[in-house]
Every structure is written in C-alpha cells, then in structure tokens.
Design a protein. Structure first.
Length: 126
C-alpha cells in the first residue's frame, strides 16, 4: 500500500464521526436530565403522581416498531420485498399508535390539572 492509502485507512469516516458525536450528545443530555430529576425530587414542591397506562403501551409500541424496522432492514438486504413492505407498514402503524397514545396520555394528565406551571414534577414528564 502506498502512503496515501495508509493515511486514508487510518481516518474515520465523517458520517461515523457525526454518529458518535450525536450518541455522545444524547448520553450527556440523558445524564443531565437524570441528575436534575434526582435533585428536584427532593424539593418540597415535588408531587408524585401516577403516569397514565397509555404511556406504558406507547413504550411497548415504539420498542416493537424499532424491532420491526430492524427486521425490515434485514428483509430488504435479502431482497424479500413482500416481507419488507409488510414490516415497514407495521412499523408505520405502530408509529401512529405511539403518537396517539402519547397525545391521549398527555390529555389525561391535562384533565387531572397538571400543567407546566402547576408542578415541577410534571415538567419531567414532558
């Protein structure tokens, strides 16, 4: 191999670098929000409330849609187009179900009187 090829081999692709920067940013944001939650829940105005069951259903829906999207990618690589289209359609349906569950769940919280101004606890739910 010549010198130029060796230097090219040792470089990281810009897309991979951007991906790692994005993952690092998400990890830092999660750590910041987690530490803010730990600090805020010990304050006097913290209110504990029950999360609507629809949020648990939406969590299952989004996890299942992620798994189906992964399987759709595998089906696409194997050129199984009928299976691919079916899995992508199921993923889209689960995505819509996730959004509906989120909207209805937040409407239930709103009906119970939770607003961004009412309690610090609710702001961590958003």
């Amino acid at each position: 191999m010549n010198t130029v090829a060796m230097k090219q081999k040792n470089k990281i692709h810009p897309h991979k670098f951007t991906l790692w920067m994005g993952i690092g940013s998400i990890v830092m944001m999660f750590a910041g929000l987690t530490s803010a939650y730990i600090v805020k829940r010990n304050q006097a105005n913290w209110v504990t409330f029950e999360i609507p069951k629809l949020f648990w259903y939406s969590t299952v829906a989004i996890l299942l849609s992620s798994a189906l999207l992964f399987l759709a990618g595998k089906a696409f690589k194997q050129r199984e187009m009928v299976k691919y289209r079916t899995l992508v359609t199921a993923t889209a349906i689960l995505g819509v179900l996730f959004l509906v569950c989120q909207v209805v769940g937040f409407m239930q919280l709103w009906d119970k009187g939770f607003t961004l101004q009412s309690t610090v606890s609710y702001s961590f739910c958003m």
